[in-house]
Design a protein around this ligand. Structure first.
Ligand code: NAD
Ligand code: DAU
Length: 344
């Protein structure tokens, strides 16, 4: 199978490239990525000479390029996106362009590819997010997001992801495109851009800096190791039913305060390293996924997210790969970080 992967130079995308090359010897991949601030070819050094992999630098909004690449592929795994909530609050336009227009461009090119013949045999996997469901209350621990939970987006990021998600649904409904959608909870692991909470906090601590905890720290996220997410996306690609949505999550809910204390403990620091800062505007209180459908129907189960070992391994990766994040943090990220925290 030849997969056209979008966003393969980012965190999840680069892990997906390595995961597929390791686990599916019959698969080949084309990685289409425009290398925004979060796209990094250093994540892919180990793959770059593999004959089953090729990189194409380009934008998912480029109709002609996308049309050409789809001609050769059996399936599209669409992950390219603007992915950071805080950035979407500062400037939402790039989110609408990449996450909505970019998704529409891919779907429409897939619809027209090979004079309409691709539509009859190709599969389109849309990598969505649990954030499209909005926020759960802290008080009711039994409440979970299911695939039937209405979409109720709260940030420009999640609204733009829901735009792509609904377009993917519409292309299945209207054109009978073979679309499968995954909605996953928070990922952690190697190569995550250090604007997201785990790599930001870990790398700050290695640098001897405090960690900026938003609001009261009681917001809850459901943490899943990136390789478990990659396996879920591959499972959806190989076994998912056309038109279906599959939630993906680790049953691993932690408040940000708990997460921060775990990181501090593993790294040998005390609570004085926490710097309470103003809350994120519109900050979703709790995400928690019911992933029973993908487990029951497709046989997926997370095997790499066990806490705290998976967190310890991830922290070790950032300690062992300081050059990777030091280069990232000294570049484009610096200006964003200063803008983000200068007023807090
Ligand atoms: P990331 O920001 O690390 O990577 C995004 C990649 O997309 C980058 O390589 C970037 O260069 C590329 N890209 C962005 N706009 C593009 C465009 N217009 N054309 C081509 N390439 C473009 O993001 P991530 O955390 O790896 O997330 C990947 C996907 O998974 C996103 O769709 C995100 O919504 C979804 N997701 C992420 C998480 C998570 O916890 N990180 C959880 C659930 C779903
Ligand atoms: O749930 C899936 C989503 O998870 C993905 O769709 C997004 O692409 C991904 O970025 C992530 O979104 P979050 O907003 O949950 O992740 P982030 O790492 O930015 O924040 C996690 C929690 O930590 C959140 O409650 C905000 C808090 N936080 C974050 C940062 C960056 C802090 O307290 N301080 C910080 O500096």
């Amino acid at each position: 199978m030849h997969i056209l992967l979008t966003g393969g130079a980012g965190f999840i995308g680069s892990n997906f490239v390595h995961f597929v090359l390791r686990n599916r010897p019959q698969c080949t991949l084309t990685n289409l990525d425009s290398l925004t601030y979060s796209g990094n070819l250093e994540n892919l050094t180990a793959a770059e000479n593999n004959p089953r992999y090729r990189f194409v630098k380009g934008d998912i909004c480029d109709d002609a390029l996308v049309a050409k690449l789809i001609e050769d592929c059996d399936a599209i795994v669409h992950m390219a996106a603007e992915s950071h909530v805080d950035r979407s609050i500062l400037d939402s336009k790039p989110f609408v362009i990449s996450n909505v227009i970019g998704t529409q461009t891919l779907l429409d090119a897939a619809r027209k590819a090979k004079g309409g013949a691709w539509l009859k045999k190709g599969r389109f996997v849309y990598v969505s997010t649990d954030e499209v469901y909005g926020s759960l209350p802290l008080e009711d621990k039994s409440a979970l997001f299911t695939e039937e939970t209405p979409l109720q987006t709260n940030s420009p990021y999640s609204a733009s992801k829901a735009g792509g998600d609904m377009l993917a649904r519409a292309y299945h409904h209207t054109f009978h495109m073979d679309v499968v959608t995954t909605r996953c909870s928070n990922n952690f692991g190697p190569y995550q851009f250090p604007e997201k909470v785990i790599p930001l906090f870990v790398t700050n601590l290695i640098e001897g800096k405090q960690v900026p905890l938003y609001g009261d720290g009681k917001n809850v996220r459901d943490w899943l190791h990136v390789d478990d997410h990659c396996e879920a996306v591959l499972t959806a690609l190989e076994k998912g039913k056309a038109g279906e949505v599959y939630n993906v999550g680790g049953n691993n809910e932690r408040s940000n305060l708990e997460l921060t204390h775990s990181i501090l403990k593993i790294m040998g620091f005390g609570p004085e390293m926490i710097r309470p800062v103003a809350d994120r505007p519109g900050h979703d209180r709790r995400y928690a996924i019911d992933a029973s459908k993908i487990k029951r129907e497709l046989g997926w189960t997370p095997t790499r997210s066990a806490w705290p070992h998976a967190l310890e391994d991830t922290i070790r990766w950032y300690k062992d790969n300081a050059q990777w994040w030091q280069r990232v943090k000294s570049g484009a990220y610096r200006a964003y970080y200063e803008q983000q925290y200068s007023k807090r």
